[in-house]
Design a protein around this ligand. Structure first.
Ligand SMILES: [Zn+2]
Length: 199
Protein backbone atom coordinates (compact mmCIF):
# COMPACT_ATOMS: atom_id res chain seq x y z
CA UNK A 1 0.00 0.00 0.00
CA UNK A 2 2.68 2.52 0.99
CA UNK A 3 4.66 1.82 -2.21
CA UNK A 4 1.47 2.24 -4.23
CA UNK A 5 0.66 5.62 -2.64
CA UNK A 6 4.24 6.80 -3.07
CA UNK A 7 4.15 5.85 -6.76
CA UNK A 8 0.85 7.67 -7.26
CA UNK A 9 2.34 10.83 -5.74
CA UNK A 10 5.41 10.53 -7.98
CA UNK A 11 3.21 10.09 -11.05
CA UNK A 12 0.93 12.99 -10.10
CA UNK A 13 3.93 15.26 -9.53
CA UNK A 14 5.43 14.44 -12.89
CA UNK A 15 2.11 15.02 -14.69
CA UNK A 16 1.55 18.27 -12.83
CA UNK A 17 4.95 19.57 -13.90
CA UNK A 18 4.75 18.34 -17.51
CA UNK A 19 1.35 19.97 -17.94
CA UNK A 20 2.45 23.33 -16.44
CA UNK A 21 0.12 22.81 -13.52
CA UNK A 22 3.02 23.68 -11.27
CA UNK A 23 6.55 24.98 -11.76
CA UNK A 24 10.10 24.54 -10.54
CA UNK A 25 9.47 27.00 -7.72
CA UNK A 26 7.14 24.76 -5.81
CA UNK A 27 3.95 22.89 -5.19
CA UNK A 28 3.34 19.84 -3.05
CA UNK A 29 1.20 16.75 -2.91
CA UNK A 30 0.05 14.80 0.13
CA UNK A 31 -2.14 11.71 0.53
CA UNK A 32 -3.66 10.43 3.74
CA UNK A 33 -4.08 6.73 4.40
CA UNK A 34 -5.64 6.03 7.79
CA UNK A 35 -3.60 8.21 10.17
CA UNK A 36 -0.47 8.25 8.05
CA UNK A 37 0.46 11.07 5.69
CA UNK A 38 2.49 10.61 2.50
CA UNK A 39 4.11 13.82 1.27
CA UNK A 40 6.13 14.99 -1.70
CA UNK A 41 9.45 16.15 -0.26
CA UNK A 42 10.71 19.67 0.33
CA UNK A 43 12.17 21.22 -2.85
CA UNK A 44 10.35 18.73 -5.11
CA UNK A 45 10.52 21.37 -7.85
CA UNK A 46 13.62 23.42 -7.11
CA UNK A 47 16.00 20.53 -6.48
CA UNK A 48 14.26 17.41 -7.77
CA UNK A 49 12.68 19.08 -10.84
CA UNK A 50 9.63 16.93 -10.06
CA UNK A 51 11.64 13.89 -11.06
CA UNK A 52 10.83 12.13 -7.78
CA UNK A 53 11.33 8.49 -6.84
CA UNK A 54 8.95 6.62 -4.50
CA UNK A 55 11.69 6.54 -1.84
CA UNK A 56 11.75 10.37 -1.83
CA UNK A 57 8.21 10.48 -0.43
CA UNK A 58 8.15 11.57 3.22
CA UNK A 59 5.91 9.37 5.38
CA UNK A 60 4.79 10.15 8.93
CA UNK A 61 1.91 10.22 11.40
CA UNK A 62 -0.82 12.79 10.82
CA UNK A 63 -1.01 13.63 14.51
CA UNK A 64 1.93 14.80 16.60
CA UNK A 65 5.02 16.76 15.57
CA UNK A 66 7.06 14.07 13.78
CA UNK A 67 6.33 15.41 10.31
CA UNK A 68 6.76 19.06 11.24
CA UNK A 69 10.20 18.23 12.61
CA UNK A 70 11.17 16.11 9.61
CA UNK A 71 13.98 17.88 7.69
CA UNK A 72 12.44 17.00 4.30
CA UNK A 73 8.82 17.82 5.23
CA UNK A 74 7.34 20.07 2.56
CA UNK A 75 7.29 23.75 3.45
CA UNK A 76 3.53 24.10 2.90
CA UNK A 77 3.05 21.07 5.14
CA UNK A 78 1.42 23.03 7.95
CA UNK A 79 -1.49 23.92 5.68
CA UNK A 80 -1.87 20.31 4.54
CA UNK A 81 -1.86 19.03 8.13
CA UNK A 82 -4.46 21.61 9.15
CA UNK A 83 -6.81 20.55 6.35
CA UNK A 84 -6.59 16.84 7.20
CA UNK A 85 -7.10 17.50 10.89
CA UNK A 86 -10.09 19.79 10.33
CA UNK A 87 -11.75 17.66 7.63
CA UNK A 88 -11.05 14.01 8.47
CA UNK A 89 -12.69 12.72 5.25
CA UNK A 90 -10.08 14.49 3.08
CA UNK A 91 -7.57 12.06 1.60
CA UNK A 92 -5.56 14.20 -0.83
CA UNK A 93 -4.29 17.77 -0.95
CA UNK A 94 -2.40 19.48 -3.77
CA UNK A 95 -0.78 22.90 -3.69
CA UNK A 96 0.46 24.18 -7.06
CA UNK A 97 1.51 27.17 -9.16
CA UNK A 98 -0.48 26.58 -12.38
CA UNK A 99 0.50 28.73 -15.33
CA UNK A 100 -2.97 30.06 -16.20
CA UNK A 101 -4.20 30.37 -12.63
CA UNK A 102 -1.24 32.52 -11.55
CA UNK A 103 -2.41 35.73 -13.28
CA UNK A 104 -5.61 35.51 -11.23
CA UNK A 105 -3.52 35.05 -8.08
CA UNK A 106 -1.21 37.91 -9.03
CA UNK A 107 -4.07 40.38 -9.49
CA UNK A 108 -6.37 38.84 -6.89
CA UNK A 109 -9.27 38.06 -9.21
CA UNK A 110 -11.53 35.13 -8.35
CA UNK A 111 -11.98 32.46 -11.02
CA UNK A 112 -15.55 32.10 -12.26
CA UNK A 113 -16.54 28.84 -13.93
CA UNK A 114 -16.94 29.31 -17.70
CA UNK A 115 -16.99 25.61 -18.62
CA UNK A 116 -19.54 22.96 -17.74
CA UNK A 117 -16.74 20.85 -16.33
CA UNK A 118 -15.84 23.45 -13.72
CA UNK A 119 -19.31 24.48 -12.49
CA UNK A 120 -18.99 22.05 -9.62
CA UNK A 121 -16.10 24.00 -8.07
CA UNK A 122 -18.14 27.23 -7.91
CA UNK A 123 -16.41 30.60 -7.93
CA UNK A 124 -12.89 30.02 -6.67
CA UNK A 125 -12.03 32.68 -4.14
CA UNK A 126 -9.07 33.72 -2.03
CA UNK A 127 -7.71 32.91 1.37
CA UNK A 128 -6.68 35.87 3.52
CA UNK A 129 -3.26 37.45 3.12
CA UNK A 130 -0.81 35.52 5.29
CA UNK A 131 2.90 34.70 5.15
CA UNK A 132 3.78 31.56 3.16
CA UNK A 133 4.16 28.42 5.29
CA UNK A 134 2.59 30.10 8.33
CA UNK A 135 -0.01 28.78 10.77
CA UNK A 136 -2.02 31.90 9.94
CA UNK A 137 -2.18 30.76 6.32
CA UNK A 138 -3.20 27.26 7.42
CA UNK A 139 -5.98 28.67 9.61
CA UNK A 140 -7.32 30.81 6.77
CA UNK A 141 -7.40 27.82 4.40
CA UNK A 142 -9.35 25.75 6.94
CA UNK A 143 -11.80 28.62 7.50
CA UNK A 144 -12.38 29.20 3.78
CA UNK A 145 -13.03 25.51 3.18
CA UNK A 146 -15.94 25.67 5.59
CA UNK A 147 -19.17 25.17 3.67
CA UNK A 148 -17.30 23.38 0.85
CA UNK A 149 -17.44 19.94 2.50
CA UNK A 150 -19.72 18.52 -0.18
CA UNK A 151 -17.33 19.60 -2.92
CA UNK A 152 -14.41 18.02 -1.11
CA UNK A 153 -16.36 14.80 -0.67
CA UNK A 154 -17.59 14.53 -4.25
CA UNK A 155 -14.66 16.00 -6.22
CA UNK A 156 -12.50 18.80 -4.82
CA UNK A 157 -12.62 22.28 -3.33
CA UNK A 158 -10.07 24.87 -4.37
CA UNK A 159 -8.80 28.15 -2.93
CA UNK A 160 -6.51 30.79 -4.40
CA UNK A 161 -3.56 32.16 -2.45
CA UNK A 162 -2.80 35.85 -3.14
CA UNK A 163 0.33 36.35 -5.32
CA UNK A 164 1.16 32.68 -4.85
CA UNK A 165 -0.90 29.75 -6.15
CA UNK A 166 -3.76 27.39 -5.50
CA UNK A 167 -4.58 24.71 -2.94
CA UNK A 168 -7.10 21.92 -3.46
CA UNK A 169 -8.51 19.22 -1.20
CA UNK A 170 -10.58 16.13 -1.94
CA UNK A 171 -10.98 12.44 -1.25
CA UNK A 172 -8.89 10.98 -4.04
CA UNK A 173 -5.55 12.15 -5.42
CA UNK A 174 -6.46 11.59 -9.08
CA UNK A 175 -9.75 13.52 -8.69
CA UNK A 176 -7.95 16.44 -7.08
CA UNK A 177 -5.37 16.43 -9.88
CA UNK A 178 -8.21 16.38 -12.41
CA UNK A 179 -9.76 19.40 -10.67
CA UNK A 180 -6.42 21.23 -10.82
CA UNK A 181 -6.17 20.81 -14.58
CA UNK A 182 -9.84 21.66 -15.17
CA UNK A 183 -9.48 24.88 -13.17
CA UNK A 184 -6.29 25.79 -15.03
CA UNK A 185 -8.03 25.20 -18.38
CA UNK A 186 -10.97 27.29 -17.18
CA UNK A 187 -8.56 30.08 -16.24
CA UNK A 188 -6.93 29.83 -19.67
CA UNK A 189 -10.36 30.12 -21.33
CA UNK A 190 -11.07 33.35 -19.44
CA UNK A 191 -7.69 34.78 -20.49
CA UNK A 192 -7.91 33.54 -24.09
CA UNK A 193 -11.49 34.78 -24.37
CA UNK A 194 -10.22 38.36 -24.09
CA UNK A 195 -8.41 37.93 -27.41
CA UNK A 196 -11.45 36.80 -29.43
CA UNK A 197 -12.45 39.72 -31.67
CA UNK A 198 -16.10 40.80 -31.63
CA UNK A 199 -18.15 39.47 -34.57
ZN1 LIG B 1 3.77 27.49 -3.35
Amino acid sequence: MSQDIAERIVRAGRLMFERHLTDLAGGNITVRHEDVLYCSPRYAGTRHHWNLRPEDIVIGPLYGDDLVNHPRFTREGLSHLAIYRAYPFVRAVIHAHPRHVLPFCAFEKPIHPVLRGTQKYGVIGFIDHAPNYSQQQADSIVAKLQGQEERMQSSAAALLMPQHGIILAGVELETVLDALERIDTNAWCILAGQTIPPL
